[in-house]
Ligand binder design. Structure first.
Ligand code: GDP
Length: 364
């Protein structure tokens, strides 16, 4: 695409998306995904235009993460039913971290979310990460912005992985739901740190199968351990015990006990539609906690800052690789051969970056 053509198309698609046109949004998202194919000036112009548009405030970004086959797509579809019943305009970003050639997960999403394809108030997009670091594609933040522009009130971001990748989804999502299933007790133990770091709500899906109670009790002991580690200063804990589809933890999102959020555990069965309303309620409670308490608002600001930092760092790495690949190679060789130390190499790279990009460092 030429510079002029891509700019004209981008502007047209973005305008259409902002007016609620799903086709225009779809094209615009695809362009955002392929931005690296544009030259640097066109890329900057598209992004500047995207970020100068005022996106509606108050969009709720809901991350759904878990191992392949945990039932995430089925769950997303069930949650969409709930949200649509409330009249919410929804978008789904299903992120497939595997190679773009596998296709399997994307096909699965399409089948399980087919109930919603005809709904003009639902936009669904599958995205391959093409080996980007972490679980999210480089363009995820930009796509989320486009979805907000389109008017999505709730954006569900579905990602694979309970390990290190999902910490990325936690950075872009306001509320993160970690999906576990019976028979995953060992996984829970193995991924303890990642899970604790990430989950705002635990969904123990496939609770129609034996072994769900074991996952719940594993999670409970893990949370109890976390409570001990945090010590007495951690503030009151509420909703400590929860089990059984249908029951909800008792917690207030404002007032006493609001200064700390302990992830509730909700058993559900996405394919049978059981426990979904309860899961939705737990997720909504977390959103209310974020919006209505000092601790929640702090958490939101901190997460957004972390997400921004990750994006900026990723962009710096992109610029280095793309525009200064030769310097990077040369300096890496020198470090590998023991001719230069890594610190000096870094200083030199920063100098190269600074001189070419005209960076002004504010030292005041
Ligand atoms: P994903 O890979 O995490 O998105 O999982 P899918 O939503 O594609 O589901 C994987 C398989 O689990 C499918 O065959 C679903 O029908 C099935 N499944 C999803 N939820 C449940 C559930 O609650 N109970 C049972 N028994 N099977 C389920």
């Amino acid at each position: 695409m030429t510079h002029a053509a891509s700019i004209t198309n981008a502007a047209e698609w973005m305008k259409g998306a902002a007016l609620g046109d799903r086709r225009a949004l779809s094209r615009f998202c695809r362009l955002l995904d392929d931005l690296s194919a544009l030259d640097s000036a066109a890329r900057s112009e598209v992004l500047r235009a995207l970020y100068s548009e005022v996106a509606p405030r108050g969009t709720w970004t809901l991350g759904i993460t878990g191992s392949p086959g945990a039932g995430k797509s089925t769950l997303v579809s069930a949650l969409l039913h709930q949200l649509r019943a409330l009249g919410k305009r929804c978008a789904v970003l299903a992120i497939d971290p595997t190679s773009p050639f596998s296709g399997g997960a994307l096909l699965g999403d399409r089948i399980r979310m087919q109930d919603h394809f005809q709904d003009p108030e639902v936009f669904i997009r599958s995205l391959a990460t093409r080996g980007a670091h972490g679980g999210l594609s480089r363009s995820t933040a930009d796509q989320l912005r486009a979805l907000r522009l389109w008017g999505a009130e709730v954006i569900l971001v579905e990602t694979v992985g309970v390990g290190q990748d999902e910490t990325d989804v936690a950075a872009v999502a306001d509320t993160t739901c970690v999906v576990l299933t019976p028979g995953m007790g060992d996984d829970v133990q193995a991924n303890k740190a990642g899970i604790l770091e990430t989950a705002d709500v635990f969904a123990v899906n496939k609770s129609d199968r034996p072994g769900a109670e074991r996952v719940v009790s594993d999670l409970q002991s893990m949370l109890a351990l976390g409570r001990i580690t945090r010590g007495a200063d951690a503030g009151p804990i509420f909703g400590a015990r929860h089990s059984g589809a249908g029951a909800l933890p008792q917690r207030s999102s404002t007032g006493e006990g609001a200064e700390y959020w302990e992830p509730p555990i909700v058993q559900c069965s996405a394919s049978l539609g059981q426990g979904i309303a309860e899961l939705m309620a737990a997720l909504t409670q977390h959103r209310d906690w974020l919006n209505n308490t000092d601790a929640g608002r702090e958490r939101l600001v901190e997460r957004r800052l972390r997400s921004a930092r990750t994006q900026v760092l990723a962009a710096v790495v992109d610029v280095l690789r793309r525009d200064h690949g030769a310097s990077l190679d040369e300096l890496s060789h020198a470090v590998a051969a023991g001719r230069l130390d890594a610190h000096s190499a870094t200083t030199q790279l920063i100098a190269v970056l600074g001189s070419s990009a005209g960076v002004v460092t504010d030292r005041t």
